[in-house]
Design a protein. Structure first.
Length: 317
């Protein structure tokens, strides 16, 4: 794996922003748009918009994209009456899904209904492989009837084929605030879980545990120290990936400026275990503000295939 694919959306007031966009990079530092900066997949089901994308490569070589089924452009001022709380309780109980064998030929969109009547909206899915059980853990944030749709927790479901899913279970709840935007990675036999804490503190936290869905996760103090240096309440949507030099890059979505000026900011650490992610923007470049997405390591051949296939005018714009 010697290149990277960033699957994301754009913060725009029009429906075309809340679709599936791709960006490419050779080094994880300098990013280029795909398909002339236009979206490559369009949501035509549910709310006809998608946000908070994630992508995974399975052991069988398939690729799956999952995303929140939500369009603020289409629904915020109508269906939800301009209130985020109404989305939290009355939003979609499904996630949008596409699959592919080669990153360029994608299936028709499917809606995967993982929540039941006890759930609020299902937000910001992510996927991690469980090496013990050999399956995939899909996790997301949601409010729930169990606490009267109060502070959000992280829930999860297991799947082997992305067709059959287990009944959702609670993965983690924070005692003094809601938590959203979970992202889990494995390093040297341990799992590292990034979470956006909605208060106390209102920033990202990083925890270390011995298994994907275990209950022995503990906070990493060095990460807390670095996040405390940031203006609180303005960062979310973590996605991390390993750089060619072995270090880890953590991308955090900065939403402290309006409109299309928003986007990701990079932080670098020697390892997940070290946890001391230091802001590092000097060598990074982006053609536009990427919103809440996931970075996937890809091969040079896959990089060229995606770039060649999505030349301007090939896909929807």
């Amino acid at each position: 794996m010697d290149a990277y694919l960033f699957v994301h959306f754009k913060e725009k007031p029009t429906p075309d922003g809340e679709q599936v966009y791709f960006a490419l990079s050779r080094d994880g530092f300098n990013w280029e748009y795909v398909n002339g900066g236009h979206y490559v997949l369009e949501s035509t089901l549910g709310e006809k918009g998608v946000r908070d994308h994630t992508i995974i490569r399975t052991d069988e070589g398939k690729f799956f994209i999952l995303a929140t089924d939500l369009s603020l452009a289409n629904s915020f001022h109508g269906k939800y009456k301009g209130d985020w709380a109404n989305i939290g309780t009355g939003g979609s109980k499904s996630l949008s899904l596409w699959e592919s064998d080669d990153l360029v030929n994608w299936s028709e969109q499917r809606l995967v209904e993982l929540g039941d009547e006890n759930f609020g909206c299902l937000w910001a899915p992510d996927i991690v492989r469980d090496p013990v059980q050999g399956d995939y853990v899909v996790h997301w944030s949601s409010s729930h009837k169990s606490n009267n749709y109060g502070e959000k927790g992280i829930y999860y479901s297991r799947t082997r084929d992305f067709k059959q899913f287990s009944a959702p279970q609670l993965l983690v709840q924070k005692a003094d605030s809601g938590i959203i935007d979970s992202a889990i990675y494995e390093e040297d036999g341990f799992f590292y879980r990034f979470l956006k804490s909605e208060a106390n503190p209102e920033t990202l936290i990083l925890e270390k545990g011995s298994s994907v869905a275990g209950d022995d996760y503990v906070r990493i103090a060095a990460f807390d120290e670095e996040m405390a240096k940031l203006e609180q309440g303005l960062y979310e949507a973590p996605t991390a990936f390993k750089l060619p030099n072995g270090k880890w890059c953590l991308m955090i979505d900065y939403y402290g400026v309006p409109g299309e000026g928003q986007g990701y900011v990079p932080f670098i650490a020697d390892s997940l275990a070290d946890g001391r992610f230091v802001r590092s923007e000097e060598s990074f470049s982006f053609p536009y503000g990427f919103k809440h997405g996931t970075v996937l390591s890809i091969t040079s051949e896959e990089y060229e295939r995606v770039k060649r296939h999505y030349s301007p005018g090939v896909a929807s714009s």
